[in-house]
Design a binder for this molecule. Structure first.
Ligand code: HEM
Length: 643
């Protein structure tokens, strides 16, 4: 056994190439001391948008021509002098003049010093431009080079390669300015261009008036009663998943839990968004295959160096593009059928549409939107549904994957989760009230999302000039807000690489979000474009983790390939997350009765455990109350601090 930085034992077998906090001898870790160990060879210029999938993770820079590591170069002050070159060059002249005994030289030196100060002031307002060894950055997931460059160039810098350039932002105050205070000055830019083929004018890529209208229409669909009913469904899906895992356990097989979570999340989001049972946990069919083809294409395009699919004829000639067109057709046909079915049901049920409308026959978001009388084209509806499918699938699956990985590397923390789950749930069904009781499990997810934010980078484009401490970001700049850097910065976190779910304070304290941490912690973004599925996703993750922890103990399969990261829209493993699974004897107790929570009495009156929770402006005033916000931090925070 080795000991992690936070004093928690980690197994020696924990293959730690994924930036996790153990002191196991790792090849590459985003920590100063680890950089020297990487010896990968540089073969091409820094591939910012290069396809990363399938390449082993290496968080380090190769030693430069001068055989210096980045750490040594940072320590040497190479990147430190952000002053004026003119001022630096004229410094010796000034010194020489100052030593002139006649007085004339001294007067000139004084004058030169004044001009030097002006030059220095001007230089301070210029954005640092990443230079030099950028070409030496190896084939790593994109957020890792950005982390290294952040350490070299600081909280805002420009990254140029060829005709393209990006502004990389890694400061909470700047992130707040872009996402919240000055959000009106920014669009989704590149993201809209990349995702157009799959999401069209869905909520994630949409901007301006379309975004406003669609957000107002969709957010009310994720109301309290809906989320409460979804918790029930999460439990059923997770149980179904457990039954599948039992088979693997019996056969003594290790299981790729990344794949498992991807399927679980697909089954859940299909039911939640359009009441479609993919049942991908037990079988594959052409619709599932088509969905995965489209999802993989979205990831492929977000990391491809050039938009080759836009070349004339590409969609007909290139096999992967042809497959994508066919897959889109299958998905669109399926969605059209579901839309038609839902319209028919709405006509038949003739239920009055009330504020927290929830159809028993079909509680999905699609049904809500149709029942609300939302007059939109089928194309827009499809765009919205696809957006939620993509947004709610990959993200949650990735959060669960990396959190389970962290737990496997920190058995003592996994023990604490199991203990809590046994106490709260025993072997009974999970309910919405339990979300307030599973506090440590919630913290574990919070910490999992800090160490592995999904997505690790947020993308924006400046619609007009904006200023950051005197530095101008010009109109049309493409901006990367590095959530990874914010979450891993030692300026904002003690021992930032350590997996320490207790770091967020007492368990009955607030649930961390961007507001409680002043934009240092952004698992769901912030401001008016904050995730609308934050509460849904957090509950889904808690339920899945609780159900698994109650039944099994997980450890990394001894013969598994090393766990390493690769970039997609979210962080994937390079070779899967293979786990050995040991069944636990589920305690026969019924856990705490759900009504034990003070909230649940209220909940039973109002059908929602969140009913009594005051609304807290967690996102710059764009709150769910006005149809624009989302509330996980606020509602759970208030819930956690219950009497
Ligand atoms: C753990 C799971 C999830 C994570 C980590 C996550 C994260 C995020 C983040 C960081 C953003 C902001 C993106 C930006 O500012 O550019 C976002 C936006 C969004 N998310 Fe999520 N999300 C999750 C689950 C979900 C689910 C389950 C849904 C749907 C039910 C969803 C729907 C959306 C939508 C529609 C947006 C765009 C909102 C807008 O631009 O107005 N997300 N998500």
């Amino acid at each position: 056994m080795l000991t992690s930085r936070n004093g928690i034992a980690a197994p020696t077998g924990c293959n730690n190439q994924a930036g996790i906090p153990t002191q196991a001898p790792v090849a590459c870790q985003p920590k100063a001391s680890a950089y020297q160990k990487c010896t990968r060879t540089l073969t091409r210029p820094f591939p910012l948008a290069h396809k990363q999938r399938g390449t082993p993770v290496c968080h380090a820079l190769k030693p430069s021509n001068r055989q210096k590591t980045l750490d040594e170069r940072i320590l040497s002050g190479e990147f430190g002098d952000k002053g004026s070159t003119k001022e630096r060059l004229t410094r010796p002249v000034r010194k020489f003049l100052a030593s002139d005994p006649t007085g004339l030289g001294r007067a000139l030196a004084l004058q030169l010093a004044r001009i030097g100060r002006v030059w220095k002031g001007e230089a301070a307002k210029k954005m640092p431009v990443a230079r030099g060894d950028i070409r030496e950055i190896v084939d790593a997931p994109v957020f890792i080079p950005l982390y290294n460059l952040y350490r070299a160039y600081g909280k805002i810098f420009k990254l140029s390669f060829g005709p393209k350039s990006f502004v990389v932002v890694s400061d909470p105050a700047y992130a707040k300015q872009i996402l919240s205070t000055n959000s009106i000055k920014y669009s989704k830019g590149l993201l809209s261009e990349i995702l157009d083929f799959v999401m069209g004018t869905g909520l994630i890529p949409a901007d301006g008036e379309i975004w406003k209208v669609r957000r107002r229409a969709i957010v009310p669909a994720l109301h309290k009663k809906y989320v409460a009913s979804m918790v029930d469904m999460f439990g059923d899906c997770a149980l179904h998943g457990c039954n599948n895992l039992d088979k693997a356990v019996k056969e003594g097989r290790s299981v790729n839990m990344e794949n498992y979570f991807s399927r679980l999340a697909l089954d859940i989001i299909g039911k939640a968004v359009f009441n479609y049972d993919f049942d991908s946990l037990t079988h594959d069919d052409p619709v599932i295959e088509a969905v995965y083809t489209v999802l993989r294409e979205a990831e492929h395009r977000s990391t491809a160096p050039i938009a080759y699919w836009e070349f004339p004829g590409a969609k007909q000639i290139i096999p992967r593009q042809r497959d994508c067109v066919q897959a889109l057709q299958i998905v669109n046909n399926t969605l059209d059928e579901l839309i038609a079915k839902s319209k028919k049901l709405v006509e038949e049920e003739e239920e009055e549409f009330v504020e927290e409308f929830l159809s028993e026959a079909d509680p999905s978001i699609l049904h809500f939107l149709i029942a609300s009388g939302d007059q939109i084209s089928s194309k827009q509806l499809r765009d919205d549904l696809m957006t939620m499918l993509v947004a709610g699938h990959e993200t949650t699956a990735a959060v669960l994957t990396w959190t389970l990985y962290l737990l496997a590397c920190h058995p003592q923390i996994a023990d604490r989760v199991r203990q809590e789950v046994d106490e709260v749930l025993g072997d009974r069904k999970v309910t919405i009230e339990d979300m307030r009781e599973l506090r440590f499990t919630t913290r574990v997810i919070n910490e999992g999302m800090r160490l592995y934010p999904q997505p690790p980078v947020l993308i924006r484009r400046a619609l007009e000039d904006d200023e950051f401490d005197g530095i101008t970001v010009p109109k049309n700049s493409d901006i990367f807000i590095s959530v990874w850097n914010l979450h891993r910065s030692d300026k904002h976190w003690d021992d930032p690489d350590a997996f320490n779910p207790d770091r967020f304070g007492p368990l009955d304290g607030v649930i961390p979000n961007e507001v409680t941490t002043n934009f240092t912690y952004l698992p769901f973004g912030g401001g008016k474009r904050k995730c609308i599925g934050d509460q849904f996703a957090l509950f889904e993750s808690i339920v899945a983790l609780a159900m698994l922890s109650r039944r099994y103990e997980f450890s990394l399969a001894p013969d598994a390939p090393p766990v390493a990261m690769t970039t997609g829209a979210t962080i994937h493993t390079t070779n899967g997350l293979y786990m050995s699974i040991t069944p636990r004897k589920v305690p026969p107790s019924q856990g705490r009765p759900p009504a034990a929570s003070s909230a649940s009495t209220e909940a039973s009156k109002s059908s929602s455990a969140h009913a009594q929770v005051p609304a807290v402006a967690s996102n710059g005033g764009m709150h769910r109350a006005n149809g624009n916000g989302s509330t996980v931090g606020a509602e759970l925070a208030a819930g956690a601090a219950r009497p």
